[in-house]
Design a protein around this ligand. Structure first.
Ligand code: ZN
Length: 235
């Protein structure tokens, strides 16, 4: 009787860089927010003050919405992170709904015990303003334990954005692309390391030209993935 062909000896598979990690992604706003002003105007406690549940977000002069931009980047980012072995928790999984409110978004990611998280936005500033800004939390109570880690992650995000995308640092807010903020539920209420990134200014023609392209959206996802891998890499 013929012997069975030798089974190839197992080669040790490379350990994926984010194996066993949980990453939270919050794509800012929602496509349906335009349809329900009352729901998104309801007031929520953000850990320091009252704040609206959400807003519609901004748009380019041509009408490309921030909600669409953030959702596209989130989907590319989710794919990249899963490829690297992470479990991904998103605060919304379509661009047609209303909400959830910003406090609920923080809660979803806290409850998942994410190792790190990012809120994705794009700004609607004066047309002369260009560039990305990384918003970092300031200690207001609920987030006290994750300030230092969030600042470290913010540095990783800034570095990766400059390396992997064509977007420069903001020329109109923050310092070297970084700005502390104490007035946002997503940062005030977080119990996991987190930053919010304004990926560019949708009201600036040059930034808008980048923000609407899938190429740039994929570059942002790659940058955020690189930052997350760097942040979670064992020391
Ligand atoms: Zn926004």
């Amino acid at each position: 009787m013929a012997t069975a062909p030798a089974t190839p000896s197992p080669t040790p598979s490379a350990v994926l860089p984010l194996a066993g990690k949980i990453v939270g992604i919050d794509p800012g706003h929602n496509g349906g927010n335009f349809s329900d002003p009352e729901a998104i105007a309801q007031q929520i406690w953000n850990g320091a003050e009252w704040e609206a549940c959400d807003t519609t977000g901004t748009a380019t002069d041509a009408g490309y919405t921030e909600a669409q931009f953030t959702f596209n980047v989130a989907r590319y980012l989710r794919a990249d992170l899963r490829r690297d072995g992470a479990r991904v928790v998103m605060t919304r999984t379509s661009n047609t709904g209303v909400g959830p409110c910003v406090n609920r978004r923080a809660e979803i990611i806290n409850d998942a015990h994410a190792d790190v998280a990012v809120d994705i936005h794009a700004d609607g500033a004066a047309p002369s303003g260009r560039g990305f800004t990384v918003l970092e939390p300031v200690a207001v109570g609920p987030n006290d334990a994750v300030i230092a880690a969030s600042q470290r992650f913010g540095g990783d995000v800034r570095h990766a954005m400059l390396t992997d995308t064509a977007m420069p640092e903001s020329n109109y807010e923050g310092t070297d692309g970084i700005m502390p903020r104490d007035d946002l539920a997503g940062l005030n209420l977080t119990t996991v390391p987190k930053v919010l990134i304004e990926c560019g200014n949708m009201r600036n023609a040059t930034d808008a030209g980048l923000l609407v392209t899938s190429r740039f959206q994929q570059q942002v996802a790659s940058a955020l993935t690189a930052a997350i891998v760097a942040f979670l890499r064992p020391a």
